[in-house]
Design a protein around this ligand. Structure first.
Ligand code: CMC
Length: 378
């Protein structure tokens, strides 16, 4: 066996062959199935993009209508899942609630008919349809309210905002939210997708695949960064405080949340689109003082660390967009998960098509031949 050089975090090591998405981190290019993200953000919808990623081609009009109808008719969650969620502590993080709820779905649909396209489609539909309902249900239940039933007449994005805020959203906000879902749905071999593929490779059920990916997405170095960006902007609090804040953090070698990326060495194309979406929302619904602070953070960071290839990533402006829509800060990462579930499912399906269980090796750097010491002699 060839012994490869050890790379912490598997940096630069291909973990799979995939035709789902492509990133050119030097040029700031992101494509889903060969289509540029800018084009999809301008012309597609989240469900059409999810279809494209999972089934490898844009759906015909008929295929899209069928898919949308199927999703709409599977949005309700079982009473028993709802009752289980009611027992979760209100103080718990919504990502933990989502991970537990996604895993619980597996209790109801445990059959693993992984070679059957009908089983695969059902699981895809059920997960994409119910994850938003579970996120919204936990939000209302932790406030002491009953969850709102999904509305079949509203599209995917509008229905989520309706279930969350208990009122029908403004059409511009719903369209912008749908674009946010397109921007977050897929991003090559990131940590949560890798988790999803490792779990999938054991041939377990798709609910376990999604639950393990949700757990991975929650960390602050991955999807959890969007929450921390808003916390940072709140802490900075004024444009004048940006320079001393960054000076202090950079001197201490602390990471500035929402900046830097393992792959992009230029501004993340999704950050550019999100910045524009934030401006559209501010135009219609009024400005946000934290936007000026964010712009100053970007300006000074570019000046100070741009030469190291550290620029805003997808998490930097997304929080400002979600805040304007009335989404609480600790739901930013669950919202990321609502989108990314379709990407994980595309990878689940691709992994099953040519599966080999993940079983990397390690470089052992411990001792050998150590004698056991009796407990009273330690
Ligand atoms: N702020 C300040 N310095 C940074 C940052 C940052 N956000 N990111 C990287 N650096 C510096 C780092 O200090 C190091 O400098 P030096 O060479 O002088 O020691 C250099 O850049 C390389 O850093 P690294 O940590 O080895 O880079 P990485 O490729 O392992 O890190 C990253 C990628 C995303 C984990 C990292 O940039 C980071 O922690 N960013 C902040 C958290 C964040 O925004 N995460 C969201 C990532 S994008 C969405 C997602 O994946 O969900």
């Amino acid at each position: 066996m060839t012994v490869c050089e050890y790379k912490p975090g598997l940096e630069g090591i291909p973990a799979a062959q995939s035709s789902i998405s492509y990133v050119d981190g030097q040029k700031g290019v992101l494509e889903y199935r060969g289509i540029r993200i800018e084009e999809l953000a301008g012309k597609s919808t989240f469900l059409e993009t999810a279809y494209l990623l999972i089934w490898g081609k844009l759906p015909t009009k008929e295929e899209l209508v069928d898919f949308e109808k199927e999703i709409a008719s599977h949005r309700r969650i079982k009473y028993r899942i709802r009752d289980m969620m009611k027992c979760f502590p209100e103080s718990g993080h919504p990502m933990d609630a989502l991970q537990a709820s996604a895993a619980a779905l597996g209790l109801f649909y445990s059959r693993r008919d992984l070679h059957n396209p009908v089983y695969i489609r059902d699981a895809v539909v059920r997960l994409i349809a119910t994850i938003p309902t579970m996120v919204a249900a936990f939000q209302l239940m932790r406030k002491g309210n009953d969850p709102v039933k999904p509305r079949d007449d509203l599209n995917y994005a509008a229905n989520f905002l309706y279930m969350l805020n208990e009122k029908e959203p403004d059409p511009l906000a719903a369209r912008i939210f749908d674009i946010c879902l397109i921007l977050h749905v897929e991003h090559t071999m990131n940590a949560s997708t890798f988790s999803a593929r490792v779990t999938a490779s054991t041939l377990t059920d798709p609910y376990a695949v999604v639950a393990s990916a949700v757990g991975t997405l929650g960390g602050p170095l991955h999807g959890g960064a969007n929450e921390e960006v808003i916390q940072m902007l709140e802490e900075i609090d004024s444009v004048d405080n940006v320079a001393p804040y960054l000076e202090d953090r950079l001197q201490k070698k602390a990471k500035i949340m929402g900046f830097g990326h393992r792959v992009y060495k230029v501004k993340d194309p999704r950050a550019t689109i999100l910045q524009d979406l934030a401006l559209q929302l501010f135009d219609k619904f009024g400005s946000d003082k934290y936007y000026a602070i964010a712009q100053e953070v970007e300006r000074i960071m570019t000046e100070k660390v741009g030469n190291k290839g550290i620029y805003p990533n997808v998490d930097f402006y997304s929080g400002l967009v979600y805040r304007k829509m009335g989404i609480p800060t600790d739901l930013f990462t669950p919202v990321f998960a609502i989108a990314r579930v379709a990407g994980w499912l595309a990878h689940w399906k691709e992994q099953l098509e040519e599966n080999r269980i993940f079983r990397p090796t390690q470089v052992y750097n411990g001792l050998h031949g150590i004698a056991y010491t009796a407990i009273d002699q330690r």
